[in-house]
Write a new protein. Sequence first.
Length: 59
Amino acid sequence: MNEADAHKEMSYCNLLGAGLQLLGILQLLFQFLDLLLEEIPLVFPVHGLFLDTNTETGA
């Protein structure tokens, strides 16, 4: 009984650790996507064209 409870606690800790690792990976992924979105106008000038049309309609 005591051994089973200790095993449950260990599995919960493992799940928590895996969840935190997953959150860290997602955070890195979002940072990478943010960097990509900043570089997109250099790769795809169409994005800049869309921005230009938006500023023209706004003005």
